[in-house]
Design a protein around this ligand. Structure first.
Ligand SMILES: [Zn+2]
Ligand SMILES: [Zn+2]
Length: 342
């Protein structure tokens, strides 16, 4: 197998030939068909997250097929189409795991951060955190669901039942969650960088009833807002846009500092919360929902060997939807795919 590996944060990924690893007890090996590029990968590569395993193979939106199984694995078989998400392992015994909050586990492992991920031709994973995927939908179109979709889903659930939803930062996660919110009968208000008219048009094309710059006041008060962009000043901006009792959800793992703001923006029972990681229950819920809805992902496929180019396009915002890596010679340059229930 080979992989695109990070040796030192702040430097480009390097192609590395690695020995084929046999899965250990409770593990499976997956031949990677596609791996999405998430903003969290950028934070890992840029050294913005503490204590990564080094060297590390990034990537936690993995779609592939099981090609080897270790001992004591239940419910998975060779050849099965599976997904490997960000949450790669939890301890099972800490108060958070025992309390049903495995996303907050005290001793977790995260795919592509503290255990090797999917910027590779193969990945070994803890079988309990691998889930079977339906056979429909192509691999590239499915990959962004594994984190952008899943974390977005958790953020939308935590945002509450409000009808008017603001999405700040219209990238991989927002472009999926806008469609989810529309299917649920909500109104979507999309906020982009000032002057990003292409991003605003993209949001309208996916069903947003309004799109504008993040410092603009939307035509209606929002019931809730989700911040996907890692930009602290969006927190007071979103608080300004939500109604009394409204909630602002910060969905990223890293954000620049939040500037000070007048207390009156928080007053009247407005709330700020963050969303961390995911649970396996989130994945079951979300993929159950996707099976009944017509969610289209917009993707740009890159050969695995050009992972650095995909990362830099994401960093510069030179991307509509989600970047996805495919092992060289597989199905690169394939455009967007559609996921359908039938
Ligand atoms: Zn735990
Ligand atoms: Zn992610």
């Amino acid at each position: 197998m080979w992989a695109m590996q990070l040796k030192t944060p702040g430097t480009p990924l390097i192609r590395a030939e690695l020995p084929d690893r046999q899965p250990g007890e409770g593990e499976v090996r997956v031949a990677v068909a596609a791996c999405g590029v998430c903003r969290t990968d950028l934070h890992v590569v840029d050294g913005e997250l503490p204590n990564p395993k080094l060297p590390i193979v990034p990537g936690h939106e993995i779609v592939g097929r099981i090609d080897a199984i270790g001992r004591n694995v239940q419910g998975l078989e060779i050849g099965m189409r599976v997904g490997i998400p960000w949450l790669g392992h939890t301890c099972g015994v800490c108060p958070y795991c025992l309390g049903g909050h495995e996303n907050l586990c005290d001793r977790p492992l995260f795919t592509g951060y503290t255990r090797d991920g999917g910027y590779a031709t193969a990945a070994v994973a803890d079988a309990r955190y691998v889930f079977a995927l339906p056979e429909r939908g192509d691999d590239v179109a499915t990959a962004p669901l594994l984190c952008a979709g899943l974390i977005g889903w958790r953020a939308l659930r935590i945002a509450g039942e409000g009808r008017r939803v603001g999405l700040y930062g219209f990238g991989a996660a927002a472009h999926i969650i806008a469609q989810v919110a529309r299917v649920q009968g909500r109104e979507v208000f999309a906020f982009t960088r000032g002057g990003d008219l292409a991003g605003q048009n993209f949001a309208r094309a996916l069903g947003a009833c309004w799109a504008g710059a993040s410092d603009e006041k939307p035509p209606d008060e929002l019931d809730c807002a989700i911040i996907f962009a890692p930009v602290g000043p969006l927190v007071p901006a979103a608080l300004r846009a939500v109604r009394k009792g409204g909630r602002v959800v910060c969905a990223g793992i890293h954000m620049s500092d939040i500037p000070s703001f007048p207390y009156r923006l928080l007053w009247e029972e407005r709330q700020i919360v963050s969303v961390a990681n995911l649970t396996r229950e989130d994945a079951r819920e979300f993929f159950g929902f996707v099976a009944t809805a017509d969610i289209k992902t917009t993707t740009k496929a890159y050969p695995l060997s050009r992972a650095n180019e995909a990362l830099s396009d994401l960093r510069s915002g030179n991307l509509e939807g989600a970047a996805v890596l495919v092992p060289d010679g597989a199905q690169a340059d394939k455009p967007s795919g559609r996921l359908r229930s039938s």
